[in-house]
Design a protein around this ligand. Structure first.
Ligand code: ATP
Ligand code: MG
Length: 420
């Protein structure tokens, strides 16, 4: 038997309903905020990710799927969405003749060669947004707000926002010097990975899962001691704007993020949901002022986030999405063969009204028909018997609560419209 590659999965049955539900809500939220959809290829020239994501990141060092095409060109399956969006922005000159902000959203599969575990796959799906234009704390607040509102419409409320100010490159350079000096004094206490980070990417030491709880770590210099007055003013405005729209957050000075291109605001949405047994960060993002220029474009700042669908799915599965996760809206049951033609007419009426409907035409017992309705995971059951037809009515049963009522055929669609 040929099996699926390690770290991948098939989206089946009710899970695919959850995917549609989550994606539709995401599209709706982005459209509401006036963001435009952008679709970019799932593979790009390897150089894009090397320059965009950064040579020293875990993603580029260990996690990319690279291949040579038949002409010997090095290609990479995209490990994230931002680099492709920026490449497209530059290649198509989307910024030309635009005076306002450019706002995009995307969704689709990403590929990283990681050790598969709960909430971590080799092919996974991200939903993301990117905004381009001059740096402005109000834009940052808008982007964070979009994420917050998205989780709200999904009914997910146990999410914490962690935020930090990574400031400008110049401020970070000063901070790096101080951090390296401090950490070098504690070399014998650093884990192997951190020793390497000390050389290549010292800020990443801050989010080390191994060393993070040790005492020397807690007394390390903090980035807030190195930020310029302009940077402080920008970040304070962002925080007070979040306050004004009642978004709660926690400042986490150890939050640095895994990608090289971030500066100024970086943030993560972390869930405390117990259904998520593995990694708890479901959404992450930040500002990247220099990325467009680094990839050969004009002086244009950006900010965005990406959320991991698979981690979201774990949470959504535990919520009561009964109506969304039903395979069928209505199952129509004629009590005997005498009502079959009426069942067809009523079933057709329900389909015309937009309800996914299955009609049971089989010559079997009523019990058998009910058990089939259950197997088909329907939200409602409509039963049509001789008595009902005489009065031009049907029985409508809510499959979840088992509540049943008699409804006039002319009122059936209206009744369902109110129930769904
Ligand atoms: P982590 O620290 O969990 O590895 P990351 O910093 O690599 O995350 P980003 O590159 O910022 O994550 O991606 C944004 C989001 O995409 C993450 O918060 C997570 O929800 C999701 N994500 C990242 N890698 C994977 C993966 N291998 N499988 C499933 N989801 C993932
Ligand atoms: Mg990662």
């Amino acid at each position: 038997m040929i099996t699926k590659p390690k770290g991948t999965y098939d989206l089946l049955g009710s899970d695919s309903v959850i995917y549609d539900y989550a994606l539709d809500a995401f599209k709706g939220m982005c459209e509401l905020n006036n963001y435009n959809y952008m679709k970019t290829p799932t593979f790009e020239a390897s150089e894009l990710f090397h320059r965009g994501v950064g040579e020293t990141t875990d993603i580029i060092k260990k996690e990319t799927y690279d291949f040579l095409d038949k002409k010997g060109r090095s290609m990479t399956l995209r490990p994230e969405g931002t680099a492709g969006v920026v490449r497209s922005l530059i290649e198509n000159k989307l910024y030309a003749n635009v005076s306002g902000y450019l706002k995009y959203y995307y969704y689709g599969p990403m590929f990283r060669y990681e050790r598969p575990q709960s909430g971590r796959f080799r092919e996974f799906n991200q939903f993301g947004v990117e905004v381009f234009g001059p740096m402005n704390p109000y834009i940052d607040a808008e982007v964070i707000n979009l994420g917050v509102k998205y989780f709200q419409v999904l009914g997910i409320d146990n999410i914490k926002i962690k935020i930090n100010n990574l400031s400008s490159k110049q401020d970070r350079e000063k901070y790096k010097v101080a951090l390296v000096e401090y950490m070098s004094k504690h070399k014998d206490e650093l884990c192997e990975d951190c020793l390497e980070r000390l050389e290549k990417n010292p800020l990443r030491i801050l989010d080390c899962k191994v060393d993070g709880d040790k005492d020397f770590f807690k007394s390390a210099p903090k980035i807030s001691e190195f930020i310029s007055p302009e940077s402080k003013e920008y970040f304070d405005t962002l925080l007070s704007t979040l306050d004004s729209i009642e978004i709660e957050y926690e400042i986490d000075e150890n939050l640095v993020r895994g990608l090289d291109y971030y500066d100024y605001a970086v943030f993560e949405f972390v869930t405390e949901d117990k259904n998520l047994t593995g990694a708890s960060t479901i959404c992450a993002g930040g500002r990247y002022n220099d990325l467009v220029k680094t990839l050969g474009g004009p002086e244009l700042n950006g900010i965005g986030f990406a959320l991991g669908y698979e981690r979201l799915q774990e949470i959504l599965k535990s919520l009561d999405l009964t109506k969304q996760s039903k395979d069928l809206d209505v199952y129509v049951i004629p009590v005997t063969n005498n009502e079959v033609s009426d069942a067809l007419i009523i079933g057709t009426m329900l389909k015309d009204a937009g309800y996914k409907t299955e009609i049971d035409y089989r010559d079997v017992s009523l019990k058998n028909k009910y058990s089939q309705a259950n197997k088909m995971n329907t939200a409602y059951i409509v039963t049509i018997g001789e008595e009902e037809l005489k009065n031009y009515t049907v029985k409508l049963k809510d499959a979840k609560t088992s509540e049943e009522k008699t409804i006039g055929i002319n009122n059936l669609v209206e009744e369902l419209d109110m129930s769904f």
